[in-house]
Design a protein around this ligand. Structure first.
Ligand code: SAH
Length: 376
């Protein structure tokens, strides 16, 4: 296996993994990067009273306002200084495309250095989910995923991740999403990137999302899902954080031979190791682990594979999410035939494994799983 480091850029060779993001200038520090104590210290360093940090936090995390010029409870002279120091512009919208009558919305963002990422808002009758990116590009190179094909550009910062959720929360609060004013109830790290390969920034973002206001957005940890190709040591670390977020494992094959090609990280950590890490996570957090499985016609959708999967995961705290493969440019693969999908579901149910077929949103705007490629 070829493990490249900082020098790698551009299209990866088949199976090539990239763990270390190319070295690039870092995005500016933002309020959302900082803990409450760090915010107070940052404000004090600028010659302001520490309680200003609480005011700024209320503006940002409660009112979703990041424009210091409008913060009239701050002395006029402090507004510009604090705004420049703690609310640098991080995300510039390039375009927003919608479908499902405006309840699915994909936004393309330009970051300060020109890198492009996407986020997707999905409003359902009982919840609204933000699907966020954690890296510009991805180094995990799964051949059926559009994001993986372009390689890794760079890691995103905590605030760059949080800002995607805040942007969605603003649209909802302003009543711009059909269904009346609302709030973000769920966040899934299922946009561009491998969240556990950008561990520190992602954990920072999870903390900002779940901390109650004014420290954070106050989203329930149970509504947050971190999805991974299976970086085993990082799954263990995540369990140590004491955050009851849902873990999703992108398995896609129950056997090493096939998974080595579909999810190249499998050449480093095998199916059995990934599943062991998942069971350990479930045991420690008491959270049901989600197994993601994209059904690819005649590749991984045979009944015997459903049987093998069922045997591997039966009687565990687990749930299987089958995702009909979404089309990606240049891929020869397509979604399974409906009858094969039904048979796959039946085999898993036969083993007593809870299974759902994901009602994929956003396919017609290239906003569905594996379709985020962020081209202008
Ligand atoms: N890197 C993380 C986060 C991305 S989540 C991970 O892989 O888990 C995106 C989910 O969509 C993953 O489960 C991924 O395997 C799946 N996916 C990728 N390409 C897809 C496609 N073309 N059709 C359906 N699902 C896809």
């Amino acid at each position: 296996m070829d493990v490249s480091t900082a020098s790698q850029t551009g299209t990866p060779a088949p199976g090539q993994l990239t763990f270390v993001a190319p070295r690039r200038a870092k995005p500016a520090r933002h309020l959302a990067d900082l803990t409450m104590a760090e915010r107070r210290a940052a404000v004090a360093e600028l010659g302001e009273k520490p309680f200003r940090a609480d005011q700024l936090s209320r503006h940002y995390f409660e009112r979703l306002n990041g424009d210091a010029a409008t913060m009239t409870d701050l002395p006029a002279a402090a507004r510009e200084k604090l705004g420049a120091a703690l609310f640098p512009p991080l995300l510039t919208p390039v375009r927003e495309i919608t479908c499902d009558g405006g309840t699915t919305r994909k936004t393309l963002w330009r970051l300060f250095d020109g890198a492009l990422v996407e986020s997707v808002l999905m409003r359902y009758s009982d919840r609204t989910t933000m699907c966020v990116s954690s890296q510009a590009g991805c180094g995990m190179n799964c051949p059926f995923c559009a994001t993986g094909q372009a390689g890794l550009t760079r890691n995103m910062s905590t605030a760059e991740i949080v800002e995607q959720v805040v942007a969605g929360a603003r649209e909802l609060a302003a009543g711009e999403v059909p269904g009346g004013p609302g709030r973000v109830s769920n966040v899934v790290f299922m946009g561009m990137g491998e969240p556990l390969a950008n561990y520190k920034a992602v954990i920072g973002a999870v903390r900002r999302l779940v901390e109650p206001a004014p420290s954070g957005l106050g989203i329930s940890a149970r509504g947050v899902t971190v999805s991974t190709v299976g970086l085993v040591p990082a799954i263990g670390k995540l369990a140590d954080e004491g955050l009851p977020v849902t873990l999703a494992v992108s398995l896609h094959a129950p056997d090493d031979e096939l998974r080595d090609t579909l999810v190249p990280i499998n050449t480093r950590w095998k199916v059995a190791e990934v599943l062991d890490a998942a069971w350990e996570y479930a045991a420690r957090t008491k959270r049901r682990v989600s197994i993601e499985y994209a059904l690819i016609k005649d590749i991984n959708d045979q009944e015997w594979r459903a049987d093998l999967l069922g045997r591997l995961i039966k009687n565990k705290l687990v749930h299987v999410n089958l995702i009909p493969l979404n089309p990606t440019p240049g891929s020869k693969w397509t979604a399974s035939r409906p009858e094969d999908e039904r048979a796959f579901v039946r085999r898993l149910e036969h083993h007593g494994v809870p299974v759902t077929v994901r009602d994929t949103r956003g396919r017609e705007i290239d906003g569905a799983c594996g379709q985020l490629a962020a081209a202008e």
